[in-house]
Structures are given as C-alpha cells and as structure tokens.
Design a binder for this molecule. Structure first.
Ligand SMILES: Cc1cc2nc3c(=O)[nH]c(=O)nc-3n(C[C@H](O)[C@H](O)[C@H](O)COP(=O)(O)OP(=O)(O)OC[C@H]3O[C@@H](n4cnc5c(N)ncnc54)[C@H](O)[C@@H]3O)c2cc1C
Length: 422
C-alpha cells in the first residue's frame, strides 16, 4: 500500500473543492484550497440552490435531443448553441445525442441517485448541526407544466423514478396546484408534479458558512492564485506552479496529492492532466431580488419555459437558460428577460421590487450527465472532481466523501466506476 498523503492541494474553491476539503480535513489531512478568483464566486455562487433527489435523470434522455433541436429553432429560446469553428463542441454534442437513450439514462440515473441521496441527508444534519445560516428549507419542489400534454409526458419518468429510485411525486391538477400554492395566477398552469423530498438553500450563504468552519478546522485558502503547471516525477505530481493573478509572481507549492475541482475550466488543464476532459461550459443566468409580496412558499421549475423559481428566506431568485457559447463572460439582457417572462406567465407577483444581482455561471457539462470523480490515468496522486452539470450543489457532499475515500485508500461507500475519469 502506497504511503497516505499528509498534505493535499485542492485546485478550485467552488462547492466541490469545499466539500472535498471538508472530508479530507475531517480525516486529519492538511488541506490547502487554491482559487484563481474568490472562493465560491464562480458557478457555485448564484445558482438556484435546489437540493433535489428528484433530479436523478440527466439532460440526455429519450426525446431530449429532438426537444433541444426544437428549442434551438425558437429565436431566443432557453437552449442556445453559438456556431463555432471549434470542433470540440460538435464532438461533445454528438456524444450528448448518443446518450439520449433509455439505457444510458438509467445508468446515469443510478449513479446520480447514489450521489443525491447521501448529499440530501448530509445537508440536513450538517447545516442544523453547525447552525449554518443558508436559508435551508425542506419544502419539496414543484415541476410545473403549461399544457396537459407536457404534464402527462412526465408520467413515464415519474413511474420510473418511483419504481427504481423511490423518489415518486404527487400529480396535481391546475386547481390543486393553485390551492397548494396560491402565488400562481388562476387558470394558467395545466398542473404540476410535487416532489416532497426535495429541499433548497442559498448557495452563496452556504459557502460562506462552510468556509468559516473549514478555516476553524485549519484548512488554508489562497485566493487570486492560478494553478498553471504540474511538476511531474514519474507517475506522480510532487509540486505545482501557481501564479498570483494580480502581480504575476510565480511560486512552486509541494503536495502529496492533488484534487482538480476546477468545474468548467477543467479542460484548460488537459495538457497538465495528460488527459482530455470532456466538459463544455453550459452558461446559465439568474436574477436575485427581494421577495415579492405574494411570494411562493415552494421552489419550482416551470418546465415548459425552463425557468426555476427559488423563494429563499433572505430573497427570491429566478434562474435558468442553457447556452453553449464557449467561455463568454457577457450578460445578455435577452437571456435575463426569458427568466422574468417565464415567471410573469405563471405568478401573481413575478418579480421583486428591485434587482439585487444579475448573474451568469458556467455549468460544467459532461455528455452523459455524470460528474468525473477519481484518479487520472496518467498520475496516481491526481484526482479529478469536476463536471457536475446542473447538480453540483446537490451532489457536492457525496463527491467530497468519495474523493476523500479514494485519496485515503478507504473502501468507497459508493461504487466509483460510473464516475471514473478514463
Ligand atoms: C443558472 C444555474 C442554476 C443552477 N442551479 C443549480 C441548483 O439548483 N442545484 C444544483 O445542485 N446545481 C445548480 N447549478 C449547477 C451548479 O451551480 C454547479 O454544478 C456547481 O456550482 C459546480 O461547482 P464546482 O465547484 O465544480 O465549480 P465552480 O463553482 O465553478 O468552481 C470552480 C472553481 O475553480 C476555479 N479555477 C478554475 N481553474 C483554476 C485554476 N487553473 N487555478 C485556480 N483556480 C481555478 C474557479 O475560479 C472556480 O472558483 C446551477 C447552475 C447555474 C448556472
């Protein structure tokens, strides 16, 4: 058995880096988290904060590709691909399309289910046990549909979810939905599926509280520090080169093991990893505002519009859209408008009095909807934990636990094969 690492460097201070730091430091390992920006300021910041065991099925599923093509043809629809000369995106889309079958969807469903169930339980105990102020609530989630046809299309998926994963829902008519959630305009929604086991939180507040806890435990954080090179020694990385993004000063940091939790940026480290990581940034937006006067109690996804509404104790957030536009950093007002339009169609009081934050994030998208968690084929002591698609917040605890088990050569609590890097 190889010597166990005493000091682990984690590249990436998003939710996945933090969760990995949590489980490693709990096991007594010395941990340093390095980020090129501020901790938690990238995709883990302004997302919808849904902690939904109901999200077992990945985006590629039977019919998804046809629906995506339909959505693409809609001018300013929620799904957009910017034509590019970069062949990587087309290869990725091809792989995504190939995974749109029942067998692949079920396989991904099981792997996601294992990550989701542990994480959901972990959050409940961890947040209350450590009194982390992050608006965590267990109110379920509504999948809302505008037409009877789309509402009924979900029947087959719900039946599978109930039978195979035990996460069934209650199907509501439009009237039942309005009774349960009076924030809806009357007569607009055809109905909804209510998933009672789902929960939600405010991810920016969770990260703030979690970081504080980790600092108290001795975890070190280095912000505005970009990792640029790995220094190989046979089949291991014994140190990395980092660069201060303000001063450009470089430094070499030794490590016993390395966790690469760099979300959408991971393919930029392909050369250093010696492996091609199949992640594309899937850009999404959110708007955060004070709670409107008639605020819904239950988070929801307006499925036909692809807009999520998260009512939080400290605010109200609309989020969604999926754009494949490379590493684009602009805020497109037309995409933000889609969010308010979706909410306006269904809600009595769709937006708060002022917009506190307009935000975008790059979801680290993989072609099969599964994250990559495990050692790299080239270096025994380098572990990837990236590609968490639309479920990074809701699967972070199980990811961090698995990363820690693999690094410390413990018996993994879930089968790591479905997430293997190679
Ligand atoms: C609109 C929207 C809504 C969403 N809603 C939900 C939801 O309701 N529930 C849910 O579970 N998920 C949701 N997601 C997805 C979720 O936000 C992501 O899956 C998750 O944040 C990914 O976390 P991460 O730690 O992998 O990446 P990030 O949070 O992006 O962190 C990666 C970090 O790595 C750093 N980094 C990159 N390269 C380097 C380098 N070379 N050196 C140093 N640092 C580096 C970056 O600066 C960044 O801080 C949503 C996403 C969007 C866009």
């Amino acid at each position: 058995m190889a010597k166990l690492p005493e000091h682990v460097l984690i590249v990436g201070g998003g939710i996945i880096g933090l969760s990995s730091a949590h489980f490693l430091s709990e096991a007594g390992v010395q941990v340093t988290v390095i980020d090129q920006g501020k901790i938690g300021a990238a995709c883990s910041h302004g997302n919808c904060g849904l902690i939904n065991p109901s999200h077992v099925f990945p985006l590629p599923r039977p019919g998804a590709f046809k629906n995506a093509i339909k959505a693409l043809l809609k001018p300013n629809g929620p799904f957009r691909v910017q034509p590019t000369l970069n062949p990587q995106l087309y290869f990725w889309l091809l792989r995504f399309a190939r995974n749109g079958n029942l067998k692949a969807m079920r396989h991904a469903g099981w792997a996601r289910h294992h990550l989701l169930t542990f994480s959901r339980e972990f959050y409940r105990d961890f947040i209350s046990g450590n009194q982390i102020d992050c608006d965590f609530e267990e109110r379920g989630c509504l999948f809302v549909y505008g037409t009877k046809h789309t509402l009924d299309e979900h029947d087959q998926f719900d039946a599978m979810m109930t039978k195979e994963y035990g996460v069934g829902a209650e199907k509501l008519t439009g009237d039942e939905l309005e009774k349960m959630e009076p924030a809806f305009l009357p007569g607009v929604a055809a109905g909804a599926w209510f998933y009672p086991q789902d929960a939600h939180l405010r991810a920016d507040k969770l990260i703030k509280g979690w970081r504080k806890l980790l600092e108290e435990r001795g975890v070190k954080f280095r912000e505005m520090t970009r990792v640029s090179e790995f220094v190989p020694a046979q089949r291991q990385i014994k140190s990395i080169e980092v660069c201060d993004v303000n001063s450009n000063a470089t430094e070499t940091l030794p490590c016993d093991a390395l966790v690469v939790a760099t979300g959408s940026w991971t393919p930029m480290l392909n050369k250093q990893l010696g492996y091609k990581i199949p992640i594309q940034p899937g850009k999404g937006y959110s708007l955060t505002m004070p709670r409107p006067e008639i605020c819904p109690k239950i988070p929801m996804i307006l499925e036909d519009e692809k807009v999520a509404i998260t009512p939080m104790a400290s605010g109200y957030r609309l989020g969604s859209t999926m754009e494949f536009v490379g590493y684009d950093t602009t805020i497109n007002p037309k995409r933000l408008e889609l969010l308010t339009k979706g909410a306006t169609k269904y809600m009595r009081d769709p937006v708060g009095k002022m917009i506190e934050e307009q935000w975008y994030g790059w979801r680290p998208m993989t072609p099969n909807g599964l994250p990559l968690i495990g050692p790299t084929p080239k270096y025994q002591n380098v572990f990837v934990a990236a590609g968490h698609n639309m479920i990074g917040i809701m699967t972070a605890p199980a990811t961090g636990r698995l990363v820690s088990e693999l690094i410390l050569q413990k018996q993994p609590s879930i089968d790591p094969k479905p997430y293997a890097v190679a």
